[in-house]
Structure formats: structure tokens, C-alpha cells
Write a protein that binds this ligand. Structure first.
Ligand code: 13P
Length: 251
């Protein structure tokens, strides 16, 4: 049985005041014990959030890390080892906003994934297709390549301590959600691709869905056999809404 996980990606949101309010509101949520909960604030707020959530069963992760374990001369970057030092347990690798807007390639992301694991962080590998790719019938090909780039370089063993988030780019921040059937189809394909290498690893790895998940649609998505939780953007900025999504994963 895979333990569900619900994670909030706060993206480039929050001020010192609003983040303090959000963590205070999170502390008032009832989280079911059977769900792993995590939040990903900006790097600027990581230390503060780690401190505030110390006594709660909520892990803190970073949205990005350097492609080298560090330390070193890499102006503006934060090493995975520094993230561990700050209390982080997880790191997002390859969010579509970084792939598309910052131009991060599969090659670079494999290095980030490896550096994160080498430092003791659990990478959350984000993969997903654009609307054009879906319309061209290339969804499974694109997602398969994004996954393969890690398997080929690091081997299937890299997924023993990793999480995968399937986030169709067209569903992110648009209010358009993949239907539970659409999401399940891709999740099943991801698990089948992993199973070709090692079925035990494939059965153990958690596959989260991301893209306009809200309290209103979470239960239906999480009810699918290969959807093990969610990576939540906008809705994670509201503690009540996020709490309701976490509880949906616990049912
Ligand atoms: P939204 O939930 O705002 O669509 O964002 C999803 C996402 O990108 C999480 O990483």
C-alpha cells in the first residue's frame, strides 16, 4: 500500500506577513495521520517555515536546487546540502515553469535530481505535456522521455527514494483539470514504464497529480488506482482549502 502524499507548491507567492499567516492557519488544520503532507515555500521563507512547522507533521521542501551538491562558486544558487542544512526534506525537480520559462533541460534536471539525492533530499520529479503535445497525441511519448532521461542516467534504483508528479502543463493554473480518467491513463503508463525496469520499485513509487486540484475535485482524482495524491498550486495558498484536499487523500 502506498502512503498518499499531498504537497503545496507556493511558487513565487508570499510576503513575510502572509507566510506567517499561512503557517498559523496550517497549524489549525486537522491532517489525517495516513497522509504525508509537505509544503514548498520560496527559498527566502524556507527557514522560517521549517521553524514554524517544527511540531507539525508537515515536511518542508524547496522549489529548486543547484545541479551540484556544492559548496562552490555558483552565484545565486542554493545547494541541496544547504537545503538539508536548513531543514528541507524534499525538492521539486523539473516543474514545468522551470522547464519552459527558465529553459531547464532533461540533462540539467537529471543532474539536479542526482545532486538532491546525493545530499539526502527526496526529489519530486515533475513531468507533463503541453496542450500542443497532447493535441498531437504525444502525451505518453513526452512524459516517457522526461522519465527515461532519469532512468537512463541514474537507473531505476533512483526511484526508490523519489516522488513523481504528473502535471499536464495545460492544467496548471488554468482551472482546467485533467479528468480522473485522463490523469489515470498517464499515471498507469508512468508506472508501467517503471515496471519494465523493476516492478517492486514501480509499485512503491508515489505518483502525484498536479494541475488545478481543488477540494471540489480532489477526491475523484485521488480515487483513481495510480494517483497517490497531489501537488497543489493555487489552492495550497489557502489553508482551509489545502486541509480539505489533504483530508480527501486520507479517505
Ligand atoms: P495549480 O494547482 O495552481 O494549477 O498549480 C499546479 C502546480 O503547478 C503545482 O506544482
Amino acid at each position: 500500500m502506498r502512503r498518499p502524499m499531498v504537497a503545496g507548491n507556493w511558487k513565487m507567492h508570499g510576503t513575510c506577513d502572509s507566510v506567517a499567516d499561512l503557517v498559523e492557519d496550517l497549524a489549525n488544520q486537522v491532517f489525517p495521520s495516513g497522509v504525508d503532507v509537505a509544503v514548498f515555500p520560496t527559498s527566502l521563507h524556507l527557514g522560517f517555515v521549517v521553524e514554524c512547522l517544527e511540531d507539525l507533521p508537515v515536511s518542508v521542501g524547496a522549489q529548486n536546487c543547484a545541479h551540484e551538491a556544492g559548496p562552490g562558486a555558483l552565484t545565486g544558487e542554493i545547494s541541496p546540502a544547504q537545503l538539508v542544512d536548513a531543514g528541507c526534506k524534499l525538492v521539486l525537480v523539473g516543474h514545468s515553469e522551470r522547464r519552459q520559462i527558465m529553459g531547464e533541460s532533461n540533462e540539467l534536471l537529471v543532474r539536479k535530481f542526482a545532486a538532491a539525492q546525493a545530499s539526502g533530499l527526496t526529489p519530486v520529479l515533475c513531468i507533463g505535456e503541453t496542450l500542443e503535445q497532447r493535441d498531437a497525441g504525444k502525451t505518453l511519448e513526452v512524459v516517457g522521455q522526461q522519465l527515461d532521461s532519469v532512468i537512463e542516467e541514474l537507473g531505476i534504483g533512483a526511484f526508490v527514494n523519489a516522488v513523481i508528479a504528473y502535471e499536464p502543463v495545460w492544467a496548471i493554473g488554468t482551472g482546467l483539470t485533467a479528468s480522473p480518467q485522463q490523469a489515470q491513463e498517464v499515471h498507469a503508463a508512468i508506472r508501467a514504464q517503471l515496471a519494465k525496469e523493476n516492478s517492486e520499485v514501480a509499485q512503491g513509487v508515489r505518483l502525484l497529480y498536479g494541475g488545478s486540484v481543488k477540494a471540489a475535485n480532489a477526491a475523484e482524482l485521488f480515487g483513481m488506482p495510480d494517483i497517490d495524491g497531489g501537488l497543489i498550486g493555487g489552492a495550497s495558498l489557502n489553508a482551509d482549502e489545502f486541509g480539505a484536499i489533504v483530508r480527501a487523500a486520507g479517505n
